[in-house]
Design a protein around this ligand. Structure first.
Ligand SMILES: [Zn+2]
Length: 288
């Protein structure tokens, strides 16, 4: 759809004002959204998986073929975990790092991102991680699909109101740790938790100020690992309640109310028992 020049100017001005209010993330987002996606080519076996050849066309096509072959299974894993189905087929865009950062307002080292109703994959970062022995890109795809399901089924507002720590913890749980397990070990995260350096389990969640790693002075992998450990604890504590809460959250019900209805207690009330369980399996440091 064509926009008039004045319409574009108005949009740019609005974005500039928003940028002044809350940093430049919104500007980057606006710019990323203005790039056409029509240059992407559909993979041979799945028209919803598209790629841009870039500097290494063969590698780009290979990655696209891998994603096309894996996406159905990943979808099923994510849908089963939530007891909910995607509203429509996920759209995946694959390209090299320079292109990836044009389309998504994140850094060049990020291997993937769910951006609105689409998933973008960064070929260079993904293959670099695989070369280091990290989880294969198929797991990263599952991680991003978990975010996309909440966005698609719950809606934009519900997505924004789920605390980031829970969104990431669940995405890691379903993708077998893709995103943190290769960078931060469980003992390292346990030490941080016991030292009181962690996210707030009572975080309300907000579309305006949803706190992520930097807000808690944690690295992203540490934030993710801690979130995964707490989410795993909650699930182990009562698997049926966890499944019910997750289903209600993904269909757009209030995050804290869903948890309380399923467990009969607030999510934060489980924190002391969680910390005690971490302490029980963490050796005391040597004191000389
Ligand atoms: Zn994530």
């Amino acid at each position: 759809m064509k926009q008039s020049i004045s319409g574009i100017t108005r949009a740019a001005t609005l974005l500039l004002i928003l940028c002044l209010l809350s940093g430049c993330t919104l500007i980057k987002t606006g710019v990323a959204l203005m790039h056409t996606r029509e240059v992407f080519v559909a993979s041979k076996t799945n028209p919803d998986v598209r790629y841009l050849a870039g500097a290494s066309p063969e590698i780009a096509e290979q990655v696209a073929n891998r994603v096309a072959a894996a996406i159905q299974h990943s979808r099923e894993v994510v849908e089963k975990a939530h007891g909910a189905k995607f509203a429509h087929a996920p759209q995946v865009y694959i390209c090299h790092a320079d292109c990836f950062t044009r389309y998504v307002p994140v850094t060049v080292n990020e291997p993937a991102a769910q951006f609105g109703d689409s998933i973008f994959l960064n070929i260079d970062a993904l293959l670099k991680r695989e070369a280091r022995g990290a989880l294969q890109l198929e797991y990263i795809l599952t991680h991003e699909l978990t975010h996309l399901l909440l966005y698609q089924v719950g809606g934009t507002m519900a997505y924004g109101r789920v605390p980031a720590w829970f969104r990431e913890g669940v995405a890691l749980q379903i993708s077998q740790g893709a995103g943190a397990s290769e960078f931060v070990t469980m003992p390292e995260a346990a030490r941080m938790l016991l030292d009181g350096k962690h996210f707030d389990p009572a975080e309300i969640g907000s579309i305006f100020a949803n706190r992520t790693a930097t807000a808690y002075k944690l690295t992203t992998p540490m934030f993710y690992r801690e979130a995964l450990m707490f989410v795993d604890f909650l699930k182990a504590n009562n698997p049926a309640a966890f499944d019910k809460a997750l289903h209600d959250i993904v269909i757009g019900k209030d995050f804290h109310e869903s948890f309380e209805a399923a467990y009969g207690a607030s999510i934060a009330s489980y924190w002391p028992a969680f910390i005690a369980s971490v302490a029980a399996i963490t050796p005391m440091p040597n004191i000389n």
